[in-house]
Design a protein around this ligand. Structure first.
Ligand code: LUZ
Ligand code: MOS
Length: 755
């Protein structure tokens, strides 16, 4: 089945927040953000802004009717700055006017006086000063102190990864519409309608039932709208409550880039110990997470870094400690992979460092330490592992020996261009790490014409979840996909939803749809048995009713009508909670994940050694899909993930200056992969596994895992640089931009420049 939105997207007919027809009298907001990153607010003067043409009112912290607080995990994030500002762009005022232009113009007339305080942008500095969001956490396996003396080789180093701008094509935004009796309907571009509902409830003081949050679809989320759609919805709702008028705020791109948080930058120290056969005996790692100015989702992101700190490898002795460090940057947030990629980069760096020091290919160490079924993760869960199967299949299918030989031959015969190859195995745990979040609900109605309506808590953000929900309902009822419609996501239909996140949306909501449809099907079968005079073995097949292996002449539509006539319910509301998962944070042990997704990528790059420019020849993947329920959509997720991962690792460079101001604040200063920079070749092989698992129709989650194949791009480039300049001591510092590549190519090479 094709993506259900393919045609409408292509024709530009899909309805996003900005396509919702405006109600007459709608007002428009503009946010005034702090011009400095840290300080004490002495004066906030909105008088001139209020006098500007078209301005209706300027809101500040004084207008908050509930609590001035939007922190999700911890109450440490004011909606409006009051006495203090903690990051550049922190909202200080919300101007509401008759047009977007008038609101923006007036926001420019706001004046502030702020006494500056010292600005911290570096997580290591924050840690030294005791600026921690939560106490540090440590995951342990084995007895690491006893393992070091047994190691033949020990290497230490540091690894840094930068942030990443989500760059959803649709920016953040919300549209609040006043309804009867002090209630509000809010259209929001959010991955988490319930999070919006909760935050708006807190800020306005209205009960959750007075707030209907509705989401048609998003033009991308990537984690950026898991927790950070809340503030904008709260601003619109607050203005709507005061003015009794519809209020809309659709963020200008520049504001979105400056005011919202990004992927967390991490700085990490590692120590790795190997025996004489290159078995990794011990791995110690300390992560310094740059959380930004408030918790947001940082503690959960930090947790997932620890969960994925050994990637696909079994290491018997591990000690991994993570600090969530408070800095004066916008609160960093969820981003595809949710801290996992940051953790994986460090173990890959530790392996690369070992390999480079020992003069062996990294893949030798990688392969030797790949995890097997039954191996224990540092958090106690036992692996059901496809790590070796993916690796082996990639080796054979893509003829790794031949690829390697071709790279060596190329490098032997080319002086100014070099190629690099890297292997990137991936292991990603599927489930929200917070066990309680792994629940979902679905509501299914069958109408008397046989058409079906499905509602869940899943938010469609381009990833194709609606298509998968349709597939589930159509499969259970054995009807045509055109008979099923997925409704907009709303808090009044489906309550208390988890965000569409953690790659788990299709699993959780799909299982709930499966349960609801199955319950209706069972009732319909009973009706059919009666209608057909007590026949047994009722089965629905391609829109027809079968009994005892024979077609009965009764259609799906006739059966539905018969059930209605007999006053049998054609609706169901089902609840699913992932079974068997648990985690004890006091011991840092448990079984937090429903299952793991595995894969291996071979990444090949060509580097122009005069200019530092590079391109990716190929990414060849064997990916563990379980049994893909939609190969077209799943392939799309993998291709997109790979390119997004390559962007993070190689070209996307976020720059904050010492004062905490974002310098890479436009699309001319922040480079994302485009059609010219995607790999020339992306091969994706489906490792179909017959293992039972907890995925919907055994079709494993596919949203986040493929992003981490992109980490291979860093190491492929690194290998290319080393092929040109073997003596280089290149720091493990991503993104490896063309500038950094060029510096690496000529480090210690002044001789070369002289001829
Ligand atoms: N969001 C979340 C996530 O709240 N918990 C998670 O474990 C998670 N994992 C990946 C992406 N988003
Ligand atoms: Mo996400 S990082 O699954 O919102």
């Amino acid at each position: 089945m094709k993506h259900i939105d393919a045609a409408a997207h292509t024709r530009g007919e899909s309805i996003y927040l900005d396509d919702i027809p405006l109600i007459r009298g709608t007002l428009f907001g503009a946010v005034y953000g702090s011009p400095v990153a840290h300080g004490i607010v002495r004066r906030l003067d909105t008088a001139e802004a209020e006098q500007c043409p078209g301005v209706v009112r300027v809101f500040t912290f004084r207008d908050v009717t509930g609590e001035n607080q939007i922190g999700g995990i911890m109450p440490d994030e004011p909606l409006f700055a009051a006495e203090h500002v903690h990051f550049c762009g922190m909202p200080m005022a919300f101007v509401v006017a008759v047009s977007e232009e008038a609101a923006k113009h007036a926001a420019g007339k706001i004046k502030v006086e702020i006494d500056p305080l010292p600005v911290i942008t570096d997580p290591r500095v924050a840690k030294e000063r005791g600026e921690l969001i939560v106490p540090p956490r440590t995951f342990r396996l084995g007895e690491i102190d006893e393992a070091w003396p047994l190691c033949e080789y020990i290497f230490e180093g540091r690894a840094d990864t930068n942030g990443q701008e989500h760059l959803y094509i649709e920016t953040q935004g919300a549209y609040a519409v006043p309804m009867e009796n002090q209630t509000i309907r809010i259209y929001s571009s959010t991955q988490a309608p319930t999070a919006v509902q909760r935050a708006v409830s807190k800020v306005t003081g209205l009960a959750m039932h007075a707030l209907d949050i509705e989401v048609g679809r998003l033009g991308g989320g990537f984690g950026g709208k898991e927790d950070q759609a809340n503030g904008w919805a709260a601003l619109c709702a607050l203005a709507c409550l005061h003015l009794r008028k519809p209020v809309k705020y659709s963020m200008p791109r520049a504001d979105d880039m400056v005011m919202t948080g990004k992927r967390h930058p991490y700085s990490s120290d590692f120590k790795i110990g190997l025996d004489k056969d290159f078995k990794i005996l011990a791995y110690a790692v300390t992560f310094y997470q740059n959380a930004g100015a408030a918790a947001d989702l940082s503690p959960a992101v930090m947790e997932r870094t620890l969960f994925h700190c050994t990637n696909s490898y079994f290491i018997p002795n591990v000690r991994a400690t993570a600090y969530s460090c408070r800095t004066n940057l916008p609160p960093n947030t969820a981003f595809r992979g949710f801290g996992g990629p940051q953790g994986m980069f460090v173990i890959e760096a530790a392996i690369a460092k070992s390999a480079e020091s020992l003069g062996v290919p990294a893949s030798l160490i990688q392969e030797r330490n790949l995890q097997q079924t039954g191996d224990e993760f540092p958090y106690g869960q036992k692996a059901v592992s496809e790590a070796r199967a993916c690796w082996r299949k990639a080796e054979e299918l893509y003829d790794l020996g031949e690829l390697r030989a071709s790279v060596e031959e190329y490098n032997r015969t080319n002086r100014l261009f070099k190629k690099g190859l890297a292997m990137m195995p991936v292991c990603f745990g599927i489930s929200f790490t917070k066990t309680l979040m792994n629940q979902a609900r679905a509501q299914v109605h069958v109408y008397t014409d046989g058409s079906v309506s499905v509602s869940t808590g899943a938010v469609e953000m381009g990833q194709g979840v609606n298509t998968k929900m349709i597939q589930v309902a159509a499969a259970v009822f054995s009807i045509d996909i055109d008979m099923v419609k997925v409704q907009a996501t709303s808090t009044w239909k489906i309550a208390n939803t988890s965000p569409s996140a953690a790659s788990a949306t299709a699993d959780l909501n799909g299982k709930a749809v499966l349960m609801a449809c199955t319950a209706i099907l069972e009732r319909l079968k009973e009706v059919a048995a009666i209608e057909l005079g007590g026949k047994a073995d009722i089965v629905l097949k391609d829109g027809r009713v079968w009994a005892g292996g024979e077609e009965t002449g009764m259609s799906w539509k006739q059966l539905v009508m018969a059930a209605f006539v007999r006053r049998v319910s054609l609706s169901e509301h089902a609840h699913y909670a992932t079974p068997g998962i648990h985690f004890d944070a006091s011991r840092e042990k448990g079984h937090p994940f429903a299952y793991h997704v595995y894969g291996t990528a071979i990444v090949m790059a060509t580097l122009d050694c005069l200019r530092g420019r590079y391109s990716f020849d190929a990414v060849k993947v064997v990916h563990d899909f379980g049994v893909s329920m939609n190969p077209v959509i799943d392939r799309g997720q993998i291709e997109g993930g790979i390119v997004q991962g390559i962007g993070w690792m190689t070209m996307e460079e976020i720059v904050y200056d010492e004062e905490g101001r974002l310098r890479s604040n436009t699309l001319s200063a922040y480079k994302v992969p485009d059609i010219y920079s995607v790999p020339s070749q992306i091969d994706i092989d489906f490792l179909n596994t017959e293992q039972d698992n907890l995925a919907i129709f055994r079709s494993k989650a596919v949203g986040e895992p493929p992003l981490m194949y992109g980490i291979g791009a860093y190491f492929a480039l690194r290998n290319a640089i080393r092929a040109f300049n073997p003596s280089v001591e290149l720091p493990f510092n991503a993104p490896l931009t063309p500038e950094k590549a060029l510096m690496g190519l000529y480090e210690n090479q002044l001789k070369y420049a002289g001829g």
